[in-house]
Design a protein around this ligand. Structure first.
Ligand SMILES: [Zn+2]
Length: 266
């Protein structure tokens, strides 16, 4: 019986990881603790339930997942929510997010305690579903953060990141239905998503000349936008180019007008 429970929990957890990977591949959503994280958790459960007629998550379990996703941002746990997949680092002095997800002993010294992936699995196997789903929510929060370029380019903003702020305002009206992506383990979830947001997107302070060939300019209604094209054929209008500073090759992007406007040009 324990084996069955373990298998089911793995299936459930991996399904969520597929789901989040796809949500973020398609929409690159983000991360306000009170708005975006609970919203995404809700959508994840809805998609999971739509695919699993026999093992649907009820409102109570959904609530636990949302609770965990929200509580992962408790001070100062969020210092461990960064991960640059190219170098494997997080913020200086803190664990990268993919390591933090498995770092039970360290988590025990933080407010909120041990909410690791392993804790989620063992609690579920032992029949403590509340503990399991709250911990799963914590881990999902970390994976969600991997879709934020500022988190995967180690670009910390003491005041809000403009993209995260945009998502907070627009997540409800811009959500698009997601599907599943196959992964085999949790590390793959962290890495595939972190590499995607790191490669195709930039954060406020990481627009560099070295990336300039990745971003194309388009003109719409007399405005110049910077567009990125991913390997899947999706195009995203990233920012409006508002002014040129000094050399014309080095534009200054004054405002992030949109983190996601898919299919602009493909
Ligand atoms: Zn976070």
């Amino acid at each position: 019986m324990k084996g069955e429970r373990r298998n089911f929990f793995w299936l459930l957890a991996i399904t969520f990881l597929f789901l989040f990977a796809v949500i973020f591949n398609k929409a690159v959503l983000s991360y306000d603790t009170k708005i975006a994280h609970p919203f995404l958790s809700d959508k994840a459960v809805a998609l999971f339930n739509s695919q699993n007629s026999t093992n649907k998550l009820n409102l109570q379990k959904t609530g636990w997942i949302k609770q965990g996703a929200e509580e992962e941002d408790m001070p100062i746990r969020w210092m461990n929510h960064f991960y640059d997949p190219n170098v494997g680092y997080g913020l200086p002095g803190y664990a990268p997010a993919n390591v933090w997800a498995n770092l039970g002993i360290a988590q025990m010294t933080y407010v909120g305690g041990d909410q690791t992936w392993q804790t989620a699995i063992s609690a579920y196997v032992n029949g403590d579903e509340k503990r399991a789903f709250i911990a799963l929510g914590h881990v999902l929060h970390l994976i969600e953060d991997m879709a934020v370029p500022a988190h995967t380019k180690i670009d910390i903003h003491p005041e809000r990141d403009p993209y995260e702020e945009w998502v907070k305002q627009n997540v409800n009206s811009n959500y698009k239905t997601a599907g599943y992506v196959h992964i085999n383990n949790i590390d793959q979830a962290f890495n595939s998503l972190a590499k995607y947001s790191n490669k195709y997107f930039f954060s406020e302070d990481t627009i560099k000349i070295s990336n300039s060939e990745r971003y194309k300019e388009i003109i719409e209604n007399n405005k110049i936008y910077l567009v990125t094209n991913d390997d899947l054929g999706y195009s995203y209008k990233l920012v409006e180019k508002k002014s040129i500073v000094g050399n014309i090759k080095y534009p200054k992007f004054e405002s992030c007008i949109s983190g996601l406007q898919p299919n602009v040009s493909t």
